[in-house]
Design a protein around this ligand. Structure first.
Ligand SMILES: [Zn+2]
Length: 85
């Protein structure tokens, strides 16, 4: 899945132009929902917003996870290499 090339936060109605550093997901008992990317600067702001959305029922309950984007890419490479012929 291709990632957006900028942060998902909106600042005063305009989208943040900073390249994202983290993938944001909510991990519930059944599944993990990945729904946004965020830059370092907006990480704590987005987290507060998500907690408020969970309290309003606009988001599935579960643990909010921030995964560094470089870490995601590394996992992917290891996955492809661990398949000996
Ligand atoms: Zn941002």
């Amino acid at each position: 899945m291709p990632l957006p090339n900028h942060c998902s936060a909106k600042v005063y109605g305009r989208e943040c132009e900073i390249p994202p550093s983290y993938v944001l997901s909510v991990k519930s008992q059944e599944a993990e929902y990945m729904f946004a990317v965020v830059c370092d600067e907006h990480k704590s702001k987005i987290k507060k917003l998500l907690i408020a959305m969970q309290q309003n029922g606009n988001l599935p309950p579960g643990a909010i996870r921030f995964q560094p984007i470089s870490g995601v890419a590394t996992d992917c490479v290891i996955g492809f290499e661990s398949n000996p012929t």
